[in-house]
Structures are given as structure tokens and as C-alpha cells.
Write a protein that binds this ligand. Structure first.
Ligand code: ATP
Ligand code: MG
Length: 293
């Protein structure tokens, strides 16, 4: 039987409030809807991805991603199922912010999430990481654990500035810590085709990043903003809404893109190494070089 090997995607944009968490929850849930086994990882101390999946009130002694990063709990001990089919969650609590300080003294502090996710990557088709809105040690861990970065871009005036900052960050991480990291796509969020501003931002992104722009646009949709207060991804809250339909379309587009990428990766690997395990993903190259340091 074909063994799984999750493609790991960080949902990141250093700008706040652009739809990272909304995209992480709803892309992950919609991939689950396509029967792709998906793990959503909450790397933000705000823990909005955790509550947005309906996971409240974990037992006080239930470990979260914080304990995982400090090697005090295994991935399997942390992960919880959600009500959404095919979707599991690695939850966070507010204490995750402590890793920003406590993590500083750890050896290989940027690779803690990478090590944690390696324990379970053969159980999933996709791992989606929700990042906080800053370039913190938590975001650095997400970008070192990921193969791809998906950037939600709110169609508003300063959107492109944030995008330029993020592409610079990705280049720096590629050159130093994770050479296989790539920008896999830009997703326009809170898009309103009736406003000229949305249209102008879209044209700018097309001009500079056309090959990276997802065809799907996520419209501004009130059902998307209501769903988290019910602890449900949009496909469990109102599947007929425009918001749900757009994230389902996004999941199809994303999954197709990742399948193409994985075919290329497997093809390249066969060409260069012949005998290497087909389920060893490129980040392993980085991991083995990191552990030699
Ligand atoms: N397409 C949309 N239509 C309507 N509201 C949306 C949409 N996408 C996101 N929102 C709302 O916008 C706000 C910010 O979204 P979200 O929390 O996903 O952004 P974020 O980038 O994760 O923020 P942060 O940087 O604080 O982590 C939330 O209230 C969310 O419900
Ligand atoms: Mg968020």
C-alpha cells in the first residue's frame, strides 16, 4: 500500500488580520472534506485555530504544541481529533508565548517543530501550520518545518509591502536554515470584486507574482467571520455559503498543486538518488545536515 508522506505548508504573512487563521482552518477542513487526512497545527499563542475547530477546555494536563516544542510530549500525545472528518488538530494554549523566551537557550531551537512533525508525517496527506503575525521564533520554527508557504493576502492598500517582506524572509531562510522552502502560492482574501481597491491590488499581484497567484479568490463573507464563534470550520457551519464554496475550491486547487509538486520531488529523487526512500521528504536533507552541526 502507498505510504503517506504529508506535504507541510505554513500559512504565513507577517501582517496581522489578513486571514491566516481563517485560511488555515478552512483550507485544512476542506482538505478533510476531500478525504485527505489533514493535521492542522496551531503555532499562534492566540490559539484561534484551536478554538475555531471547536477544541475548548482541554484537560489541564493535556499537552499542547508548547510541550511538544520543549520535547516534553510526543506528537501523538498532543494531537486531538476534531468533529470535521479527516481533520486532526495539534492544539495551542496561551502559554505557547513562553517558548519565545524559553526556546532561546535550546540547541537547534529553530528545528523543534520540524522534529515534532517528523513523528507523524506518515499519518497525513497534508499538514497545515497556522503562524502568528510576526517573525518570531514560533514563525521561524514553522518555516523550518514547512516545505511550502501559502500567503493569504488581504486585498487592501498596504498588502504588497507585507508580501515583499515575506518573500525576503523566505529567501533568507532558504539560504540558511531550510533550502527546500518555497513560496507555493498567494491567496487573495476578503476579496470584493466590486471595489476598485481589490481590483488594483489584484492587478499589482498579477504584475509581480502571476505564476504564484491562486485562481481561487476568497470573498468577504460574513458566514466566514461567524463560524469561529460556533467552533466550526465553514464547511461544518454553512456549506452553501460563498465562503465555504470558495475554500472548497481553494482546497481542490491547492491539493492538485501539491500532488504535482510531490510528483516532481519523487521524479527528481529517482533521478538523483535512485535508491532513496520515496517517502523521505526534502526537509530531511536539511534535518540530517542540521543534526550534524
Ligand atoms: N473572507 C473573509 N470574510 C469575512 N471576514 C473574514 C474573512 N477572512 C477573515 N475574516 C475575519 O477577519 C478577521 C481576521 O482574520 P484572521 O483571524 O483569519 O486573520 P489572521 O491573519 O489570522 O490574524 P492574526 O494576524 O491576528 O493571526 C477575523 O475576524 C476573521 O473572522
Ligand atoms: Mg491568526
Amino acid at each position: 500500500m502507498h505510504k503517506k508522506s504529508a506535504y507541510v505548508t505554513a500559512i504565513s504573512n507577517q501582517k496581522g488580520g489578513v486571514g491566516k487563521t481563517t485560511t488555515a482552518i478552512n483550507l485544512a477542513a476542506s482538505l478533510g472534506g476531500l478525504e485527505k487526512k489533514t493535521l492542522l497545527v496551531d503555532m499562534d499563542p492566540q490559539a484561534n485555530a484551536t478554538s475555531g475547530c471547536g477544541v475548548y477546555g482541554l484537560a489541564a494536563d493535556h499537552p499542547t504544541v508548547y510541550e511538544g516544542l520543549l520535547s516534553q510530549a510526543s506528537a501523538v500525545e498532543i494531537i486531538v481529533p476534531t468533529e470535521t472528518p479527516f481533520l486532526d488538530l495539534m492544539p495551542a494554549k496561551a502559554d505557547l508565548v513562553g517558548f519565545e523566551v524559553e526556546g532561546l537557550d535550546l540547541e537547534n531551537r529553530h528545528a523543534k517543530l520540524l522534529h515534532l512533525l517528523l513523528q507523524v508525517r506518515d499519518k497525513y496527506d497534508h499538514i497545515i501550520i497556522d503562524c502568528p503575525p510576526s517573525l518570531s521564533l514560533l514563525t521561524l520554527n514553522a518555516l523550518c518545518a514547512a516545505q511550502g508557504v501559502l500567503v493569504p493576502l488581504q486585498t487592501e492598500y498596504y498588502a504588497l509591502e507585507g508580501l515583499t517582506r515575506l518573500t525576503n524572509t523566505i529567501s533568507r531562510i532558504q539560504q540558511s536554515l531550510n533550502p527546500t522552502l518555497e513560496l507555493i502560492g498567494i491567496l487573495l482574501t476578503m476579496y470584493d470584486k466590486r471595489t476598485s481597491l481589490s481590483w488594483q491590488v489584484e492587478q499589482e499581484v498579477v504584475k509581480h507574482f502571476e505564476s504564484k497567484l491562486f485562481q481561487t479568490r476568497i470573498p468577504r463573507n460574513v458566514r466566514l467571520s461567524e463560524a469561529p464563534s460556533f467552533g466550526k470550520p465553514i464547511i461544518m457551519y454553512d456549506i452553501c455559503s460563498k465562503g465555504a464554496q470558495s475554500y472548497i475550491q481553494c482546497a481542490h486547487e491547492f491539493d492538485f498543486l501539491i500532488q504535482q509538486k510531490q510528483k516532481e520531488i519523487n521524479h527528481d529523487r529517482k533521478q538523483t538518488t535512485g535508491s532513496r526512500d520515496r517517502n523521505t521528504y526534502p526537509t530531511d536533507t536539511y534535518l540530517s545536515s542540521a543534526s550534524k552541526d
